[in-house]
Ligand binder design. Structure first.
Ligand code: GCV
Length: 729
C-alpha cells in the first residue's frame, strides 16, 4: 500500500501525542521536595501511640541559657508542634513531662537518679523515664549541652519512627571521637566529584549573607552526630588561608558551633610560598615553621574552637614534604606543632601514589606509611581510604588498617557517588560501610576488625575518627537523588555507633524521610540493602575495578589506555588478555597480599580461598576457570553477573513503581525518573563491558541473554565533555 505522506505524518504526530500523554498528564507536580531531609516533622498517625506521645512530650522544658540550649528549644518547638499538633514549653520543671538539660542543671532530686546511668562520653546522652514529683517524666540529660542536643534528636527519631515511648532508658555515646564530612568544594563553588549542584558555601557572599541552608545543614548533621566539617577540597586552594577567606570561614564556624560542629580546613602544603611570600615550604625550615605557627594563631583568634587541618600531600600532583626531601611524618608534624598549642589536629591523608615509584599502586600507601609508624605527633591522624585504590564499588580493605599500632588511623569513606552512578543510581552505601568495618584485619589475632582499629580499641589509642566525602550540594533535595540522602544519614549513624545494622538505619531513614507504611518500609529497605551488590554486578563484578570512563569517571571505559600515567588507565587494572582476566596481586604476581596479616594473606593468595567477590582483584585467571559457587566458567559467570545486575535494576524500578500510592507524588516521580536513567546506564555498563572483554575471551555470550544494544565501537566513541563533578575545574 502506498502511504500518503501527509496522512502518514499526521499518524505519527498522533502517536507521539498518545505516547507522551502520561508525561504531560501532570504539568505541575507538587509535594515533598526533599529539602527537609529526615527532619520532617509531619503529624504522626492519630492513634493510641500518638496520644501517649502527646501526654508525655507536649509539655516540656529545656534548662540552660547557652546557644545550644536555645537550638534545642527551637528544634523541640518546631518538631513537637509538627509531630503532635501541640507543643507547650513551660517555665519550670514542675509543669513539664519532658525535661531536657545538662545533668548539672537539673534539680538535685532528679540528678541522683540519673547520674549512674549517664554514658562516660562528653557527647553522650541519657533518655530516661523517671518518677518526679509523683508523676512520670522523661528526662534527656548529658554532661554537655551538645550531648543534650544529640539526645533530643534521638527522642524525636523515636517519635518520627513511631516507636514505643514507655519506660525509656536509652544511654548512648559515640564510639569515634572525630566524625567529619569532607567537602571537596572549590572556592568557585564547583564540587570535585559532586553531583548535586554547586557548593552550598556561597563564598562570594560570605561572611555577610547567611542562608537558612547553613543552619539546616548544621541541624541535619547534629541529628546524626556529625561533629566536624572540612569546608574545602583536599586539592586545596591556598586562598582559603588568607584573612579575607578566614573571615568567611569564621562566619560558618559561628553558625555551626551551637550544633557541636567544628570547622576544619584543607590546606595546601605550599601555602607559605603561594600566599606567604616565602621562597620555600620545606617543613624543616625555620621561617616556614614560623609562618604556619603565625597562621594557626591568626585562625584561632577568629575561631577559638577551630578543628585543624586536612592535608593531601605528594598525591596526584599536590605539593608536599617530599618536594623538599622530607617524609610525610616531618611534614605532618610541622603542622601538628603549629596547631597543638590551640588544641587542633592534623588529618594527614594516606592516599598517595606516584607513577615514578614503579611499585604497584595498591601497595604504595602501605610502603610509604608503615615505616613511619611511631614518628607522628600525638595530634596527627592518618586518614586512610577504605580500600587500597580509590573508593571502588568493591575493594578489599586497605592493608594499612591494623598496620600502625602507634598511629591512629581515621577511616575515609566516600559518600558522594564518584564510582557508583553519580546522582541517578539508587545505591545505598550502608552495606559497603559495614562490610569494610566488619572485615577482620587479624592485626592482633582473630576479631581485630577495621572498626576496632579506627575506634582506637585495638591498640588502645585515645584519638579516633572517621571522615565521609560529602554528597551534599545546592540541589533543593541536597544530594541530587532523594535515596542518596540515606548515604549521608547512614554515614553519620555509623560514625556514632558502628555496631548498628545498615538495615535498621535504612529503616529509620525511610520512616523519617519517605513513609511510615510498614509494607512500603519493608520493600524499600530490602531494595536499599541489595542495591550496592546490584551495582557491583553491572559495573565491576568479581573484583574488577577502576574500569570507568576517563577523567570524569562517568560510565564504563575498560578500553581506556591513553591517560598519561599507567595507573590511571583501566587496562592497567583488569589486564584482560587471551589467557584470562584480573590483576595478579598474589605471590606469583606483584604480591600485594604480603601487606596483609596472616591468615588473610594466605587466604587472598590462593584463588580457591579468595572470596569470589574479590577474585579478579587478586588473581589473573583463565577464561575457563571454574567459579566454585556456580560451576560456571569465568567468562560465563562474568556475563551472568553483568546481566543479573542490569536485570535487578529493572526489578528495583518495578518495586518502586508499585509503591506509587504510598509515597509522596514528587518524591515518587523523581526517584522513578532516576530509575529510568539507572536502567539505561546499567545496560550500558553491561553491554560495553561484555563486548569489550569478549574480544579477549573469544567466547560467545551464552544462550538466553539478549544481544547488546550497540557495537563496542559505538560505546567507545561516546563522549561526555560536560559530565558533572570533574576535577581541575
Ligand atoms: C580530590 C580520586 C578522585 C579525585 C580526588 C582524589 C582524592 O582520584 O578522582 O577527584 O581528588 O581521589 O581522594 O584525593
Amino acid at each position: 500500500m502506498k502511504i500518503n505522506y501527509r496522512t502518514g505524518r499526521q499518524f505519527i504526530c498522533l502517536l507521539l501525542v498518545l505516547f507522551s500523554f502520561p508525561l504531560l498528564a501532570k504539568s505541575i507536580l507538587t509535594g515533598e521536595d526533599g529539602y527537609r531531609l529526615w527532619l520532617k516533622y509531619d503529624p504522626v498517625k492519630q492513634d493510641q501511640q500518638a496520644e501517649e506521645y502527646r501526654q508525655q512530650f507536649a509539655h516540656w522544658q529545656v534548662s540552660g541559657k547557652s546557644q545550644t540550649a536555645q537550638v534545642i528549644r527551637d528544634e523541640l518547638e518546631n518538631a513537637l508542634t509538627g509531630l503532635l499538633g501541640t507543643s507547650a514549653p513551660v517555665a519550670g520543671t514542675s509543669g513539664a513531662s519532658l525535661i531536657v538539660g545538662r545533668l548539672a542543671e537539673l534539680p538535685e532530686s532528679l540528678r541522683q537518679a540519673l547520674k549512674k546511668n549517664l554514658p562516660a562520653s562528653e557527647e553522650g546522652y541519657l533518655i530516661k523515664t523517671v518518677s518526679y514529683q509523683g508523676r512520670p517524666v522523661t528526662v534527656i540529660t548529658a554532661k554537655t549541652d551538645v550531648g543534650a542536643l544529640y539526645g533530643s534528636f534521638r527522642l524525636l527519631r523515636l517519635i518520627q519512627t513511631h516507636q514505643s515511648s514507655r519506660s525509656l532508658n536509652i544511654a548512648s555515646g559515640p564510639k569515634l571521637k572525630i566524625r567529619v564530612l569532607d567537602h571537596w568544594d572549590n572556592l568557585n563553588r564547583h564540587i570535585e566529584r559532586g553531583y548535586a549542584g554547586e557548593s552550598i558555601w556561597d563564598w562570594h557572599k560570605l561572611p555577610v549573607y547567611i542562608y537558612q541552608r547553613y543552619y539546616d545543614y548544621a541541624r541535619a548533621n547534629a541529628s546524626i552526630g556529625i561533629n566536624g566539617t572540612v569546608l574545602n577540597n583536599v586539592n586545596a586552594d591556598p586562598l582559603i588561608l588568607t584573612p579575607q577567606y578566614l573571615d568567611k570561614v569564621r562566619a560558618l564556624a559561628d553558625i555551626f558551633r551551637p550544633y557541636g560542629i567544628k570547622v576544619y580546613l584543607s590546606v595546601k602544603f605550599s601555602s607559605p610560598q603561594l600566599i606567604g611570600g616565602l621562597k620555600t615550604s620545606d617543613p624543616l625550615n625555620t621561617q616556614v615553621k614560623q609562618w604556619w605557627q603565625d597562621k594557626a594563631r591568626e585562625i584561632y583568634q577568629k575561631i577559638p574552637d577551630f578543628g585543624g587541618f586536612l592535608v593531601k600531600a605528594n598525591s596526584e600532583g599536590q605539593p608536599g614534604p617530599g618536594d623538599f626531601g622530607r617524609t610525610h611524618a616531618e611534614g605532618a608534624n610541622m603542622l601538628a606543632d603549629a596547631l597543638a598549642p590551640h588544641g587542633g589536629i592534623v588529618m594527614w591523608r594516606a592516599f598517595v601514589y606516584a607513577n615514578e615509584k614503579h611499585e604497584e599502586r595498591s601497595k604504595q600507601a602501605y610502603s610509604e606509611f608503615k615505616p613511619l609508624d611511631g614518628q607522628f605527633r600525638s595530634n596527627v591522624l592518618l586518614q586512610v581510604k577504605n580500600g587500597p585504590i580509590d573508593f571502588q564499588p568493591r575493594e578489599p580493605i586497605s592493608p594499612l588498617f591494623g598496620a600502625t599500632p602507634k598511629t591512629p588511623l581515621m577511616m575515609e569513606f566516600q559518600i558522594t557517588m564518584e564510582y557508583l552512578g553519580f546522582s541517578t543510581h539508587a545505591v545505598y552505601l550502608g552495606p559497603l560501610y559495614k562490610e569494610v568495618l566488619n572485615t577482620d584485619t587479624y592485626a592482633r589475632g582473630p576479631g581485630s576488625t577495621v572498626a576496632k582499629v579506627i575506634d582506637g580499641s585495638l591498640f588502645n589509642q585515645s584519638v579516633s575518627g572517621i571522615a565521609g566525602v560529602s554528597d551534599i550540594g545546592s540541589d533543593r533535595n541536597w544530594t541530587g537523588h532523594i535515596l542518596l540522602q540515606a548515604n549521608w544519614y547512614v554515614f553519620g549513624r555509623l560514625a556514632w555507633d558502628h555496631s548498628q545494622s545498615a538495615a535498621d538505619i535504612a529503616g529509620d531513614w525511610i520512616r523519617m524521610t519517605l513513609t511510615n507504611d510498614d509494607q512500603a518500609v519493608a520493600t524499600i529497605e530490602k531494595m536499599m540493602m541489595v542495591s550496592r551488590e546490584v551495582a557491583v554486578n553491572y559495573m565491576t563484578p568479581l573484583g574488577l575495578h577502576h574500569i570507568m570512563g576517563a577523567d570524569h569517571h562517568y560510565g564504563p571505559g575498560p578500553w581506556v589506555d591513553f591517560l598519561p600515567r599507567d595507573d590511571w588507565n583501566p587496562v592497567y587494572y583488569h589486564k584482560a588478555d587471551k589467557y584470562g582476566l584480573g590483576f595478579d596481586r598474589s605471590p606469583t604476581g606483584v604480591n600485594a597480599v604480603a601487606q596483609y596479616f596472616s591468615p588473610l594473606r594466605e587466604q587472598l593468595s590462593d584463588p580457591k580461598t579468595t572470596p569470589e567477590n574479590l577474585l579478579l582483584w587478586f588473581h589473573h585467571l583463565p577464561w575457563d576457570y571454574k567459579i566454585a559457587s556456580s560451576g560456571r566458567t569465568l567468562w560465563n559467570e562474568l556475563v551472568y553477573r553483568y546481566y543479573q545486575g542490569a536485570a535487578d535494576v529493572k526489578v528495583m524500578a518495578k518495586q518502586w513503581q508499585e509503591l506509587e500510592d504510598k509515597l509522596d507524588p514528587l518524591q515518587f516521580q523523581q526517584v522513578k525518573m532516576a530509575f529510568d536513567i539507572q536502567q539505561q546506564e546499567a545496560e550500558w555498563w553491561r553491554d560495553a563491558c561484555v563486548l569489550y572483554f569478549q574480544q579477549f575471551s573469544g567466547r560467545p555470550i551464552p544462550e538466553g541473554f539478549e544481544k547488546p544494544h550497540h557495537t563496542l565501537a559505538y560505546y567507545e566513541h561516546l563522549s561526555f565533555p560536560y559530565a558533572p563533578g570533574q576535577s581541575g575545574r
